[in-house]
Design a protein around this ligand. Structure first.
Ligand code: ADP
Length: 203
């Protein structure tokens, strides 16, 4: 994990407490971290959940794999080292959004357990609610969906290090919720996450 490089830096406390923010926004900030194979349904469910939250007057923001790789993380590839740095930065950004009072919805394959655990840890340290969501889908089903044609390319050897094909996906062991997207509709998955937020007093 990244080391602190700069010296002589000091945290500057503000005056706004998490309670004041929650009061102001009518919700608590939190992170929902969606992990799973490519094409398991992370982005689709995140979009539907964000729509539901906004329709109900809540404040949410999505952070999505490809989008982040086109901006903040455009200098990172798919080597194990770059994947770790990708997730480290996203963990920090989702934490900032959640700290600002938003419901931060992260959808990233995030295949390595140690990287996901780090994202959880930095939230826990800051007392920010964090929910790991395992968007589970059998590889065969994900491969059948293949909305971006990526599995086809990976099978043809045109993409190297593709999760599930020639790079590992380490299944979550203690996710707060598992969405089996080969058995649940998109609506049912989004509703299950909405309920999780309600049941935990976030909204
Ligand atoms: P990911 O973000 O995990 O890579 P996407 O959301 O981009 O996955 O793609 C999942 C694809 O599977 C979409 O085309 C979506 O419409 C489709 N799909 C079919 N059934 C489901 C389901 N029950 N839940 C989620 N996605 C589904």
């Amino acid at each position: 994990m990244a080391e602190q490089v700069a010296t002589n830096v000091h945290w500057h406390e503000g005056e706004i407490t998490p309670e004041m923010r929650a009061e102001n926004m009518g919700q608590r900030g939190a992170t929902l971290w969606l992990t799973g194979l490519s094409a398991s349904g992370k982005s689709t469910i995140a979009v539907e959940l964000e729509r539901m939250l906004l329709a109900n007057g809540k404040h949410a923001y999505r952070l999505d794999g490809d989008n982040i790789r086109m901006g903040l993380n455009k200098n990172l590839g798919f080597s194990a080292e770059d994947r770790t740095e990708n997730i480290r930065r996203i963990g920090e950004v989702t934490k900032l959004f959640a700290d600002s009072g938003m419901i931060s919805i992260a959808s990233f394959i995030s295949p390595y357990r140690v990287d996901r655990d780090h994202a959880r840890e930095i939230h826990v340290e800051s007392k920010i609610p964090y929910f790991e969501v395992y968007v589970e889908c059998p590889l065969e089903e994900a491969e059948k969906r293949d909305p971006k044609g990526l599995y086809k390319k990976a099978r043809a050897g045109e993409i190297k290090g593709f999760t599930g094909i020639d790079d590992p996906y380490e299944e979550p062991e203690s996710a707060e919720i598992v969405l089996k997207t080969h058995e649940m509709t998109i609506q049912e998955s989004a509703q299950a996450l909405y309920k999780l937020l309600e049941d935990n007093g976030i909204i």
